[in-house]
Design a protein around this ligand. Sequence first.
Ligand code: NAD
Length: 469
Amino acid sequence: MTTATTLLDAITVRESDGRAIPDAATRETIGYAPVHGLEDLDAAVGAARGAQPAWAALGHQERSRILHRIADDIEARSEELAVILSREQGKPLDGPNARFEIGAAAAWTRNAADTVLEPEVVFENGTSRAEVHYDPLGVVGAIGPWNWPIMISVWQIAPSLRMGNAVVVKPSEYTPLSVLALVEVFNAHLPEGVLSVVVGDREVGAAIAKHPGLDKIMFTGSTATGRKIIESSAQNLARLTLELGGNDAGIVLPGTDVSKIAQDLFWGIFINTGQTCAALKRLYVHDSLYESVVDALSDLASTTPMGPGLEAGNVLGPLQNQKQFEIVSRLVDEARSGGATVVTGGTPAEELGPLFYRPTVVADIADDASLVVEEQFGPVIPVLRFSDIDDAVARANSSTQGLGASVWSDDVDAALDVAARLQAGTVWINQHGALNPHVPFGGTKQSGYGQEFGVAGLKAVAAPKVISR
Ligand code: NAD
């Protein structure tokens, strides 16, 4: 019998058996995460294969009921989950951050419970009839990133379970505790073996991608890793859903009331301190509004509270890890030395902790600057000028990535016209990055393929089977 009274006690191991996981803001050790290897992966896949048929046989109604109980439990333990997430990932409790992420985890779990995927009649002529039915695939391998570790794990786990699959999840090596805590809550309600977590590094991730016991890989992470997963899946022919990197463009059209959009524009860029796949990462502003947009964003960037996540009132946090801190610092330094103007920020906020970087607005920057071409994944926005809308659309579409995009305008018809011409999986009007569990989400171009959420998300973790008569 376990004597653990808190989630953190339940998921951490003794120092001698684990790996120290630092608080992203203070760098103090939160606890020790287990270290799993390839044998642990094989054991988890074996348990999942053993448990999956009975889980599938429970039927949709029962699985849906269990998922609702899990969502209730996520809500009941939300503060505990939010504190672990805030410390490990760095995002503050307040604002659109840790508490918000736990709320989303519950909401997406309920959505997976409530969404119905009926068989579809695709042909009928009086004498013959063909229907598409959706069976479980078997065992799903879920590989996640460190930026929204709990919410993104739920996106992968909940629909997979709903469709009758078992799941083996591998969190990012930077955020294992958040996912272990989430899985602990799920597993209080699931039969043994249906959901396991393997806390491994890249080697374990690579082994998941080619594991013969897995039928589907749900991957969220960088485009570079996505490419490796595609190569590995040649071996097991696992189905893939790839949610990869983004370099989302936003376009502010002439005639827009900047004061009305400034707050939403700011959070579209700086949500999770910029460490969000579908955050706004390049902003194109019409000449007539350029100075006022730069000023409005700079005002918000320099006044929005940043600091350790557990301190009430902070809504921006540190970069999650040293590698990301170095990427952000390099991109800003290169922009500066290339002649761009750093209007606000542009330096580490050392007084707050080693991984804090001031919210930064960069103006007068060239299209070929690395800060424009590469994904910064941090609290920095390059603002570019345009005078011709066709030119702005062409520059927005020039990226190899195509996750999201946005158009900002008081004239919705003009915005819709531009939206139709942008190459992205989602185009938002007067918002950026807002997600809805009913609405499919996924990338185009090198931002990946496959969609998550709602009915499309259930289809992505199911095996279509045609029954013809
Ligand atoms: P990453 O690709 O470095 O790591 C993601 C996961 O892949 C980790 O769990 C890692 O251990 C694992 N991994 C590493 N090498 C592997 C391999 N060879 N085979 C299998 N798995 C392997 O990404 P990250 O730095 O954790 O996340 C940041 C990136 O993720 C950004 O580019 C961001 O845009 C993207 N992202 C995309 C979405 C989306 O929905 N499209 C959401 C969040 C993050």
